[in-house]
Design a binder for this molecule. Structure first.
Ligand SMILES: *Cc1c(COP(=O)(O)O)cnc(C)c1O
Length: 421
């Protein structure tokens, strides 16, 4: 249930007809459902009921201020991966003690920003980072709470570009070296070693890799405690997958994930953190695009849209599938035919789907890319000087533009001409 449903033959976001938003803001655009965002957050929060826990939304998935504020007001913490994201979280009203700082390349400036503004913990990924953190914390005159991200060498069985938990990946510290690295951290005066962090990848559609990774974290907790570390918080990362092709995918349920967490690490008495991004935002957003032309090729037909790879890069970058549906509901029994669905950018990579079975859609009609809420708007660019597309948030029967489309002048005026021209 994602609140993007047909009512009276027309696709709605909650109680607002998509066509009404399109008429007001123009296409293409992203539209998010408040009810879906909150539903997904609450499902995860409830799945961990009975444990001391915090759901930290991985805001890199969709980081509009309105989305952050919606989740923050519901009680979510935030997982940030840059100084900019840290500032976004603060601007949305998230207190520092609910912000977790992840990422393998935190700069001294970013660390300073977070230490001064308040932070729940840093998830440290290397010894050199540990040293910089210790030095900057000393400078600022505080103690930095840290977990160390361990790499459990578990195959997440997901797309290679978003798998992070194998030893060949650039993330974390090999679990086999954990004792040594924790000992180093424990000896640093301005670090407070509070826990362990693990994140094995994104869009996991099977719970088994989580189970393996969390078992390893549980074992490590006991070992590190025996070494004298006061391990009291476990950050179990994000990565739960969502159904992109609704007809044939059934990813794990949050309740089963919650049960797995309790089964593997529940006995340790640690505070639990999770960092879901995609599961909260993915199915809470659609990209809406208009058909510019229907072109007949040799043995192949093309639906040419006004949305392109710069607006939604997932198909080009990860070979990702998005369900694409007409905004006007096809009559029951309408015949479908295969068609290539493409954008206007001059490269063949600008293809959303090949030989996709679609009901007839005419030029001027609208289509919706489902499951585009996560890693959609945030990864968009202005390639081809196509303006960043607007974002719209729906709440019941209301909607609001939460990021406006820039004008051509605004785009051009961001450039500056050097004095010699
Ligand atoms: C990307 C990322 C997440 C979120 O991943 P999802 O698949 O969107 O849930 C969480 N934690 C870390 C460290 C990440 O890099």
């Amino acid at each position: 249930m994602d609140h993007f449903i047909y009512k009276d033959g027309a696709l709605h976001a909650e109680d607002v007809p998509i066509a009404e938003i399109a008429a007001a803001v123009g296409t293409p655009f992203y539209v998010y459902s408040t009810a879906t965002l909150l539903r997904h957050y609450r499902m995860l929060d409830e799945a961990l009921e009975g444990t001391d826990h915090l759901v930290c939304y991985a805001m890199k998935a969709a980081s509009n201020q309105a989305i952050l504020k919606t989740l923050a007001q519901a009680g979510a913490g935030m997982d940030v991966v840059s100084g900019g994201e840290y500032m976004r979280a603060k601007a949305a009203g998230v207190p520092g003690d609910k912000i977790v700082f992840s990422g393998i390349g935190k700069t001294a400036d970013e660390i300073r920003l977070a230490l001064k503004g308040g932070i729940r913990q840093f998830n440290v990924e290397s010894e050199p980072e540990m040293e910089v953190l210790n030095r900057v914390a000393c400078e600022v005159g505080v103690t930095a709470p840290i977990t160390i991200r361990v790499n459990p060498d578990v195959d997440a069985k997901t797309h290679a570009k978003i798998a992070t938990g194998k030893s060949e990946n650039k993330f974390g510290i090999p679990i086999a070296r954990a004792r040594e690295v924790y000992a180093m951290a424990g000896a640093m005066e301005h670090l407070d070693v509070i826990g362990i962090d693990v994140h094995i990848g994104s869009q996991l559609t099977d719970l088994a890799p989580f189970e393996l990774a969390y078992q390893k974290v549980a074992e490590l907790t006991e070992i590190l405690r025996a070494d004298g570390h006061n391990i009291r918080r476990l950050d179990l990362g994000g990565g739960l997958g969502i159904p992109y092709a609704r007809s044939n995918e059934a990813p794990p349920l949050p309740t089963d994930y919650g049960a797995l967490v309790k089964r593997t690490v529940g006995h340790l008495g640690c505070e639990i953190e999770i960092e879901p991004g995609r599961l909260i935002a993915g199915n809470a957003g659609c990209m809406i695009s208009e058909v510019i032309y229907v072109k007949s090729g040799e043995g192949r037909n093309f639906l040419i849209l006004d949305g392109a790879m710069n607006d939604l890069i997932r198909p080009a970058m990860y070979e990702a599938h998005h369900d694409i549906i007409p905004v006007i509901e096809p009559a029951p029994g309408t015949e479908q035919a295969p068609i290539d669905i493409v954008g206007p950018v001059c490269e063949s990579g600008d293809t959303f789907a090949k030989q996709r079975m679609m009901p007839p859609v005419a030029a001027g009609e609208l289509v919706a890319f489902r499951s585009a809420g996560a890693y959609g708007a945030v990864m968009s660019s202005e390639y081809n000087t196509r303006p960043l597309i607007p974002e719209v948030l729906v709440h019941g029967d209301q909607y609001a533009v939460i990021r406006a489309r820039p004008t051509f002048d605004e785009m051009i005026n961001r450039d500056t001409i050097p004095p010699w021209l």
